[in-house]
Ligand binder design. Structure first.
Ligand SMILES: [Zn+2]
Length: 256
């Protein structure tokens, strides 16, 4: 576990005193839909950059309160699930070196049906507060899966960015390309940015296991950690979507 401060701001309402105080140095914000998306998704990359001194932030649209999994056997009630999953997210974020987590408190399973203006304002507020140079979002297909919330959170990121002045926008926007689904044929002519997360597979596994309500029924995850971690992908890929690339990027921050 990293020794650096890991203050977790589990709030959808960043305090006004924090707004506008962008962190010095390099910063990255990842936007996901549910607690556990970060661990199934770009968690290795978050840890990679946190270890290299980047201030890494995570915005999660929902608390996952509508999830059907509540442990195996279930150990929380449906009513408790959102609170428990928020704590599981904080556990995962600490392991991955995330500096702060922001919960947007949109309805699990209903991101697309929520007031789009209000949702965009909530995420825009987080972007202003964290002032990321690099933003990682889900692609239009939902990146991890075509779950409606995954698709909606991709649109949410686009909408939030449109509300920002050019000076407030991240320098680069990337879409996460899930290694479970990535196929070069699906992205013709596009050279993704590759992050070598081979050394972060164990931490990613440990982060994933924080989400006990979601993974307890997956026994193989609880086998010998080195062996389980070795089955995880060794790279993450990201597609640059803004601004247009002048050439191949070696790194999400290459040239910034
Ligand atoms: Zn999800």
């Amino acid at each position: 576990m990293p020794s650096r401060s890991n203050k977790i701001a589990a709030s959808s309402q960043p305090t006004s005193s924090d707004v506008g105080q962008g962190p010095p140095g390099r910063s990255l914000l990842a936007v996901v839909a549910h607690p556990d998306d970060e661990a199934y998704g770009p968690g290795g990359t978050l840890a990679y950059y946190a270890d290299r001194g980047v201030d890494v932030y995570l915005a999660c649209a929902t608390r996952g309160e509508a999830g059907r999994r509540r442990g195996s056997p279930p150990f929380v009630s449906q009513g408790e699930l959102g609170g428990v999953r928020a704590r599981e997210l904080h556990c995962s974020a600490r392991i991955l070196g995330v500096k702060s987590v922001f919960l947007l408190d949109l309805p699990d399973g209903g991101v697309a049906g929520f007031d789009p203006t209000e949702a965009a304002l909530r995420l825009a507020r987080v972007i202003r507060q964290t002032a990321p140079q690099v933003l990682i979002a889900f692609g239009p297909g939902g990146s991890l899966s075509p779950h409606p919330d995954h698709v909606a959170v991709s649109q949410l990121a686009d909408a939030a960015l449109r509300t920002l002045a050019p000076s407030e926008r991240p320098r680069r926007i990337f879409h996460y390309l899930s290694p479970w689904q990535y196929s070069p044929a699906d992205h013709p002519g596009i050279e993704p940015v590759v992050v070598d997360i081979g050394a972060y597979r164990l931490r990613r596994l440990q982060a994933l296991k924080c989400h006990l309500t979601q993974v307890q029924q997956v026994p193989w995850l609880f086998g010998p950690e080195d062996q389980v971690a070795a089955t995880f992908p060794a790279v993450d890929r990201f597609q640059l979507v803004q601004p247009p690339a002048d050439g191949p990027l070696a790194d999400l921050f290459d040239g910034l």
